[in-house]
Design a protein around this ligand. Structure first.
Ligand SMILES: [Fe+2]
Length: 302
């Protein structure tokens, strides 16, 4: 046997050992997926919110990544928990599946069972583009889940209204907030669904967006001491690792980033439990002298 053959055998056994090790780590890591989602209750103050909407609740579900790790049992637990919150509105902010387009239909069919007084609204995320924007869009239509693709819906409640718009995905599509809000009354509070929170940084101040609801970063999935998330897919460092962020003073725009439900790339969540969010809208006091950029974190040890 030549030294070249010896090298090949040694190399292949090293690769086998490395693969085995990765497999064992993945297997053990899967056990770190918490068994149930955590409900985060968040109050969001919005200037000019009509009394009719003071206390209006929005349930946000994002980044389900339905597939082998997040299976049907877990997804049904998520839906049951969300429905038990009896929200006024439920929003889905993208990344519905993982691992293959065969998961699209069962994921959307299950999510279409989410219930809310004013129904369900959705946008797409980057993973929905990886696997098939067309099929995801078709399935949302089939199961009657309205998709906001640079468009908006007006929610009327006790004679008053809010506008909920949805942006196309920031990484794989052409999000256009101006088009999304086109024709909406400027005096009506404005909420934007955008899978990726980085898009909030590009918003024109004149659009007067009050609140952006996002996911995408998964809270980093792994949170080290001091809540540091080393793997965060955002151009803005830790800013959008989870929680409520106030990004503007002149017309305050707040961004809520959910940790989401599922995982991608690595089946691990460490100190970063899956999240169902229940946001309660509150009328902001007239005087906002203490209004300052702030970040509120919700991540705690599991
Ligand atoms: Fe995601």
């Amino acid at each position: 046997m030549s030294s070249k053959d010896n090298f090949k055998i040694m190399n292949s056994s090293l690769i086998d050992s490395a693969m085995l090790l990765v497999g064992r780590v993945m297997e053990k890591s899967a056990l770190k997926m918490p068994r149930s989602p955590r409900v985060e209750r968040v109050s969001v103050e919005i200037a000019g919110l009509a009394e009719a909407f003071d206390g209006f609740t929005i349930c946000q579900i994002t980044d389900v990544h339905y597939g082998r790790v997040i299976g049907s049992n877990f997804l049904h637990k998520v839906i049951e928990t969300a429905n038990a919150l009896s929200p006024d509105l439920t929003v889905l902010t993208g990344d519905y599946i993982d691992e293959g387009s065969s998961y699209i239909e069962p994921a959307i069919e299950a999510l279409s069972k989410l219930k809310a007084r004013h129904g369900l609204l959705s946008v797409l995320g980057n993973h929905d583009h990886f696997y098939s924007k067309e099929r995801t869009t078709d399935m949302l239509a089939k199961y009657k889940v309205p998709l906001l693709d640079n468009s908006h819906a007006i929610i009327e409640h006790s004679g008053r209204a809010i506008c909920v718009a949805g942006a196309a995905d920031y990484l794989y599509d052409c999000p256009d907030a101006a088009a999304a809000f086109a024709g909406a009354d400027q005096d009506v509070p404005r909420i934007l669904l955008s899978h990726n929170p980085d898009f909030a940084e590009t918003l024109d101040q004149n659009l007067k967006v009050d609140l952006v609801l996002s996911g995408h970063t998964h809270g980093g999935q792994i949170r080290l001491p001091f809540s540091y998330a080393p793997l965060l897919p955002s151009r803005f460092g830790q800013k959008y690792s989870g929680g409520l962020v106030n990004i503007r003073d002149e017309h305050p725009t707040q961004v809520y980033v959910s940790r989401g439900i599922g995982v991608c790339f690595i089946p691990i969540r460490l100190n970063c439990p899956p999240e169902i969010t229940l946001l309660t809208l509150r009328a902001a006091p007239e005087e906002k002298s203490d209004w300052a950029p702030r970040i509120v974190k919700f991540t705690e040890a599991v």
